[in-house]
Ligand binder design. Structure first.
Ligand SMILES: [Zn+2]
Length: 436
């Protein structure tokens, strides 16, 4: 027997068609799918025996897609702040990871991060970390739609000995978990400065053989670009282009530094960009040229990055920051308006993952990955334009309901399948262990 639920919000914001806001409408969910959008009255008549959820004062919209995260790093949140990227990595993060990161660490950290993301309205995460199977298990455990980016680099960690070992483990995890409960995979060469040419070539070949996408940090800092010119004679994007990496299968995280020619190259090759506004600011990496990229026709989604460099897994905060930064960086207050920003946090992320046919907007036939935001609080009153209110004024604590594939993961701020006290206790246990 199919389970039918009709949700009647005050405002229904499907993201497709662009900038649309429907009132007196219901969304009908049948099992894991969106089966229709229709006037509320019609839904009551047509589905008399279905469950009807009335959400007065709420907006209903697609769940957010976090296009770049290192979920498990939330257990290192606040361990080392206010440092430059290479200092931060070499002196603090990599040593701490060497000491503590294990299958258990990654599972516990990812579960905590996913719980935080669900509470903030994120329904899909495009992750990148070690212990790939632990990330997949955390996704299944929390119910979050999870894309496991399997980190690959040249140097040894507690997880693997060398690039071939990381690749071997990535394929093993992929073969074991791909397709289970919405778990998907990406090959994730860490960055041009940690991965050799030969390894990049192997990754491109594997990506083609197994039809797996690629996720890589690219042009995050000026140092990275200068170092590449010194070592390889070309900037990283040019080097990756020569190695065959640039294509619509690639999600390039950061791309803070890009010339006009490089923006044209990204557009021509169909590369997707994951913009990480908070992380770029905190590590003083610079101001990504998002307005120019969008004008060129590049698909840009939003990521939080890891919570050791943000420090919040709060997509609503980051999409607001992206909108504000885009205006300041381009000197154009009309850049990245509220409706475009909302699309960036939802449908553009889905597109980057090649999932735009199944998630990213509230359209009949797509997966029911849906969130409700309660706009009745003083902080979001009065309401002339609910999309503007969501992007510029609402906070993640106003996210009230979350569904992934039709399964309710948060009901009126209560997580339905995770015990918050237990998660907090786990975090304190790791804190005691890591602080020692
Ligand atoms: Zn990152």
């Amino acid at each position: 027997m199919k389970k039918i639920t009709c949700i009647h919000p005050q405002w229904l914001i499907p993201v497709e068609p662009h900038a649309t806001v429907l009132t007196q409408h219901a969304l009908v969910m049948t099992d894991d799918l969106i089966s229709g959008l229709m006037p509320s009255e019609q839904a009551y008549q047509q589905y008399q025996n279905a469950e009807h959820i009335v959400l007065a004062g709420h907006a209903l919209l697609p769940g957010f897609v976090n296009l770049h995260a290192h979920s498990a790093m939330c257990l290192l949140r606040g361990l080392a702040d206010d440092l430059a990227l290479m200092d931060w990595l070499n002196q603090h993060i990599w040593p701490a990871e060497k000491l503590h990161v294990s299958d258990e660490f990654v599972f516990d950290g990812s579960v905590q991060a996913m719980a935080e993301m669900i509470r903030g309205g994120t329904t899909t995460v495009n992750d990148m970390y070690f212990y790939h199977q632990a990330v997949a298990r955390a996704g299944i455990h929390t119910g979050m739609r999870t894309v496991v980016g399997c980190s690959i680099l040249e140097f040894p960690t507690g997880y693997a000995n060398d690039a071939d070992d990381y690749i071997h483990k990535a394929i093993e995890a992929y073969q074991r978990f791909a397709g289970q409960n919405g778990v998907d995979f990406r090959l994730a060469p860490h960055a041009p400065y940690t991965v050799a040419d030969e390894t990049f070539k192997k990754i491109v070949a594997l990506s083609e053989k197994h039809n797996i996408g690629i996720h890589c940090h690219i042009h995050e800092t000026l140092d990275e670009v200068a170092e590449s010119v010194k070592q390889h004679g070309v900037r990283p994007l040019q080097r990756l282009h020569q190695l065959g990496l640039l294509s619509a299968k690639l999600i390039a995280a950061h791309v803070v530094h890009a010339t006009d020619e490089e923006i044209a190259l990204l557009q021509k090759t169909g590369v997707h960009v994951a913009h990480n506004p908070a992380s770029n600011l905190k590590l003083a990496s610079g101001f990504a040229r998002i307005h120019a990229m969008q004008n060129a026709g590049i698909n840009v989604g939003i990521g939080t990055d890891g919570s050791a460099s943000n420090n919040k897994l709060d997509l609503l905060a980051d999409v607001r920051m992206a909108a504000l930064l885009s205006k300041a960086e381009s000197g154009n207050p009309t850049a990245l308006n509220a409706a475009q920003a909302l699309e960036m946090a939802t449908l553009s992320g889905a597109r980057a993952l090649g999932m735009e046919q199944s998630i990213g907007s509230l359209v009949e036939g797509k997966q029911a990955d849906i969130i409700a935001i309660d706009l009745s609080a003083l902080e979001t009153q009065p309401i002339y334009d609910p999309i503007s209110q969501i992007i510029y004024a609402a906070g993640r604590e106003q996210v009230s309901h979350v569904w992934v594939a039709g399964r309710c993961l948060m009901n009126n701020r209560q997580l339905t399948n995770l015990d918050l006290n237990e998660l907090e206790e786990k975090a304190r246990w790791w804190q005691a262990r890591i602080a020692r």
